[in-house]
Design a protein. Structure first.
Ligand code: 48F
Length: 259
């Protein structure tokens, strides 16, 4: 075995994929459950999608389950999505299905990749591109290691027709837009209203409605949707995340159709 061939194989194939991801239909910030489902739903329809994830591993808050007990709960509405990935789930009480958080994360991630989504870990979205018509036209990327080390290194960019903020509780892309452009989001204040305290039922009811275009060319998914519109968090119940991912994909598809 030749170490240099191994090194070339890694660098050359990675760079080919990364170059290809610089021009996509949909760019997603965050590979938590909502971002992964959005990526899967779009990719399986042949839409070109790239996901940029800050951390070493995918899954966001899902692998950790509830307080590190690596189980998640999904209600009846979300169970259909677990079934689509053949994820085992056991009905613990009527309407409460419990699943292994690692099986769920890995199954959805694998399906998204097999469907054609490209997922890049260890890359952070640090800014957005916005053009004259006030529309998001791309994500600005840097190595997470550069951000963590606070090195002064300029970023690179990926162009997209639609961007999805699936960065979770911190709604990072939306906060960047507000910092750059002022309070122009389609919320009551124009800003990120901020997440309210835990209330699982209300949070799960509202999350799909909150999943929409919040700024021209920018769709919010998952916990970001509730944080941006000022709705509660829900803890380790994940049906809403999965359904929100589906809705974000439908919304992105509609925006692509409108051009
Ligand atoms: O936090 P996260 O899992 O968001 P989600 O898909 O799901 C929320 C649940 O996990 C849970 C919950 C239960 O129902 O409330 O918290 O809404 O995943 C967000 C991902 O985005 C990454 C982050 O590392 C995580 O994996 N991320 C955050 N900011 C950035 C980012 C950024 N600026 N660039 C790239 N990735």
């Amino acid at each position: 075995m030749d170490e240099i061939t191994i090194s070339r194989a890694i660098v050359e194939t990675y760079m080919k994929d990364f170059m290809d991801a610089m021009e996509v239909d949909v760019a997603i910030a965050g590979a938590g459950p909502s971002g992964l489902i959005t990526a899967y739903c779009l990719a399986k329809e042949g839409i070109k999608v790239a996901v940029f994830e800050r951390q070493l591993r995918v899954g966001g808050g899902m692998p950790g389950g509830g307080m590190m007990f690596n189980r998640i709960v999904v209600q009846t509405e979300g169970k259909r999505i677990l079934d689509e990935f053949a994820i085992s789930a056991h009905e613990y009480a009527k309407g409460y299905y419990v699943a292994d958080s690692l099986e769920t994360t890995s199954s959805i991630c694998t399906a998204a990749m097999k469907a054609g989504a490209r997922i890049f870990n260890l890359i952070s979205v640090e800014d957005v591109m916005i053009r004259e018509d006030d529309r998001i036209t791309g994500l600005v990327l840097n190595w997470s290691a550069v951000c963590w080390a606070k090195l002064h290194v300029d970023p690179l960019t990926a162009r997209c027709k639609v961007a999805v903020d699936a960065t979770g509780h911190d709604a990072e892309v939306c906060n960047i837009v507000v910092r750059r452009m002022g309070p122009k989001l389609r919320t009551n204040t124009g800003g990120v209203i901020g997440e309210k305290p835990m209330w699982a039922e209300r949070a799960e009811e509202e999350i799909v409605r909150n999943t929409r275009e919040v700024y021209p060319g920018l769709v919010v998914a998952g916990m970001t949707a509730n944080a941006v519109f000022g709705y509660p968090r829900m803890g380790p119940i994940f049906g809403g995340m999965l359904l929100s991912g589906e809705k974000a994909a439908q919304t992105a598809k509609e925006l692509l159709r409108q051009g």
